[in-house]
Design a protein around this ligand. Sequence first.
Ligand code: DP6
Length: 375
Amino acid sequence: MTKIEQSQFSIPKKLEKLQNKLLNLRQTGKLLLQNGDVGIASAPSNIALIKYWGKNKLKFQEPDNSSLSFTLDHFRAQTNITVRGRFFPEGDAPEYVPENLFHLTDSESQKSTEVIPEKLSKFLKRILHPYANDIGLKIESENNFPTACGIASSAAGFAALCFALDNLLNLEKHFSLLERQYWLSQWSRLGSGSALRSTCLASSSKFVSWELKKNGSSEIKNISYHKEWNHLQHCVLILDSKEKEVSSSSGHLFADTSPFYKIRLSYVEENFTKFKQAIEEFDFDFITKFTEYDAFFMHSIMHTSTPQAIYLNTETSFVISEFVRFRQKTKIKAFWTLDAGPNVHILYLQKYHAQIKRFQKFISKEIGRKIKVYE
Ligand code: DP6
């Protein structure tokens, strides 16, 4: 086996160094994997308050703008990885390499998926090659929330998968905390950029930023926050649970064709520090205004890019306008946001739970069918 070439994967030099360290551990017999070895982990989903939309096409999963999310600790993916086959001695090749298997279930439908998605298959090849190309993995993942419900299941899924690999490879023993955090954040973003914001190793990571640095690289940071945010609750009103027609990954690629793209980039970067400060100072009104602006800003870019990506429907506009009216009347501390889909996320302080319930009922009545809510 040869050292990992930068050109082969075009991964950052620092990550390449860590991958080579793993290769070396394997070659010296310190990293052994065999049939039945397991790695287990779980990870939360997250909802972006400042959205990641658009990426640098020349770099290894680097965003064009900084983003910041609220961790949805109660919406989790739990992943178990079991090794199939075993490591062969240096120079020896197995006659047969077991294939990777995938099994995904979710809370509601108990629906299970058996086919390994192409994105996941490629991801596994990249992350494990070349130090583990003689084994297969059985991946069993379970979301404690419905997969197609407008909660970023890929964020929780890829984060949990990376944590489970970290557990299987026993990185805690071989890597420093900083190295592990780097390894996790680099690989999870390859699965899904938003997954990176779910891989903070800090014990309490309520708000996580993914920040652009001057040199064009980026890193995640655990944002310190005012203790009042401990009372922030989240719910999502499901207006449509069908899978989106344009995936986020392809949307990112044509985002820069929108005339609003550059305007948003500078707007976000200019206000990013203020946003973090508002989290520290519990400036609820600033967070409300900026989060709602940015959701509309992102969707304006989606609507004006070529090709267009329209995720919203008429019910989305209805729910948002009624919510704003309701908030003005009741004076509750609450705000809405959107992901790449029509479902409306609401974040509110716990003491307004009864009012939010009332609003949910009102929406079902007005729309004329029971609107599912996950919280
Ligand atoms: C609208 O993380 O799904 O949810 O990196 O290509 O997998 P890839 O994209 P993905 O994009 C997330 C977009 C978003 C906003 C956000 O979570 O920041």
